[in-house]
Ligand binder design. Sequence first.
Ligand code: ADP
Length: 675
Amino acid sequence: MTLSFSEECSRELSLVCDSDGTILQLDKRAERILGVQVGSELRACMVAGSEDKLKTMLSEARNTPLRNWELALLAFGKPATLSFCARAAEPHKLELHALVLPDNYGETVEHLSSTMSQMLGLHREISRQKKELETKTHELLKTNRELDESNRGVLSLHAELADKAESLRHSAEVRGRVVANVSHEFRTPLHTILGLSRLLLDASDGPLTDEQQKQIRFIRSSAEELSALVNDMLDLSKAESGKMLLRVNPFGLHDMISSLRGQLRPLVPLAPNGTDVELVFEEPSTDATLETDQGKVAQVLRNLVSNALKFTERGEVRVSVGVEGDTAHFAVSDTGIGIGAADYAHIFEEFGQVDSPLQAKVKGTGLGLPLSRKLAELLGGTLQVESELGKGSTFRLSIPACHPEAHEIKQLEARPLDPEKAPVLVVEDDRKTIFIYEKYLANAGFQVVPARNIDHARNLLRQLRPAAIVLDIMLDGETSWNFLAEVKRDPRTHEIPVLVVTVTNKEQKARALGADEFWLKPVDQDRLLRKLRALSRPGSSAKVLVIDDDDRARYLMRKYLEKEPYSLLEAATGPEGITCAREQRPDVILLDFLLRDMTAFDVLDDLKGDPRTRGIPVVIITSHMLDATERQRLAAETEVILSKASLSRELAIHRIRDALQKAGVSKWSTPGVEH
Ligand code: ADP
């Protein structure tokens, strides 16, 4: 095998020479490449000018072995660079090994070395960047760890806060319930004490001595004070829990002020400084009509006036009122002892009173102002004070002339039912919760029919068949357990799903009374909608009974109504139809005029003669040509007469809907507004 020039050159050649460069031994490759033999002078194959370098190499190699000594020689007769390694073999012999370097070796080496140095630079740069990156990663990891820690901290803080909020809410609720219960419990014995002391003072069981009378009067005034405190506490807890009922009605300003004058005038002589203080009611400049809770407005004003009378030694207490735009302003000003600005906040706190010589002389619970402010907020307004020590005070009550929430509730209660939406009777005394349900259900095919007490709910149930009932248990002054039992006992209502949503964990009781679901408040929208949809396909409970002895006619009606929200009952004979109507109480009956065993008139007589079926609307379907008398009689006893020949799906559905709506007992009928 012959090797190419480059292959030859890239391999090593070996030779031995004496110290003058005379060749003593050489291998074949050296012979062929350099074209020399034993006895030849190495000098002879040197490129002119490089003989000296050879000489130096030979002399140096005698002392130390050399590596990579480059010499220019003629290889195959052409100048080439050879890289020599040389060492002394014996005293006068040198062993040489050489490698023919390629032509561009120099450049390549230069290029390589510059590439190398570039690479080194690059390597250094990469190492530097790597190090920097490592430091940054390290820092990042550290920051991450720190962030992680603070995140955990924030999370646990958050959980702690949520816990605290929950427990605060819970304690506020518990406190509210305790106050409400305790206050109720106090009221009865107080009532007895007040009643009995009155009897004693009236001497109905014999006269009392003066001393006894004095003692009874003390008992009585103590009981009265306690009673005032209990009432305030009860009101405050009701207002705080949002359970206070608002009775919104339209009333004229003039009437209100004159009735207030009537109530408060008698207080003046009883006031500690009654003789030196005048109570002035300014006549309202307009007789505007307000629509809000008159009782609550009067309660706030009574409290402000009685405070003003207590803390005014001489001068006047003045009540003024005015309407500006949509806001009614009431002001009670006095020329009394006044309140320092530092105490403005304090007096609105529960039991907050300001020390003064007068304070010790007058009676008070310290709950009047916090309650008044709560009431003002309940009315959608504010209660503020302006005062100067020694000069007097002005308390200002500003409220919307028309209570917005109450207005909305009224609208909600009075709105006609949307036949496309399934009504959900919401028995709930808290207005805010009613609005939340309304928001949850409004766009989901349902509509809220609110009832804020049991009587109202009973009334509504007489007029409408809701798709479901959402029932709160703790209502204002009553619980709805009996109502739940009633609904589930009554065959007319027992099928209506009832979802109990309340704050008291009495699931067992609720289930035992027939509740279909039990949840603790608050309930979220998804959950409510999922349940309502599962329990009550809107309209699914509307029952339609078809009485027809023709299988095909019944089949056709089944097909017509299959996609409608009705459940279809079928009877193939008159008596079967009558029994079914009695037992199942359909919401509408479709009656064939010509039955084999009975005439439609016989069926109608039976239905109308039974109070259980009397009110069910009947639609006559006939293929028979009716004469005038038949038509007249049927018109009196049925909703509509349809001809089988022209009966279409749309017409059937339309007529059934009409009949259901007209019947007034139908699923989505408008509740008469008997609120
Ligand atoms: P009470 O009058 O039963 O103590 P309130 O909550 O109504 O409780 O009032 C709290 C306190 O505010 C009073 O005790 C009194 O110190 C101060 N205050 C209320 N109204 C006036 C007023 N018109 N003038 C001076 N001080 C008043």
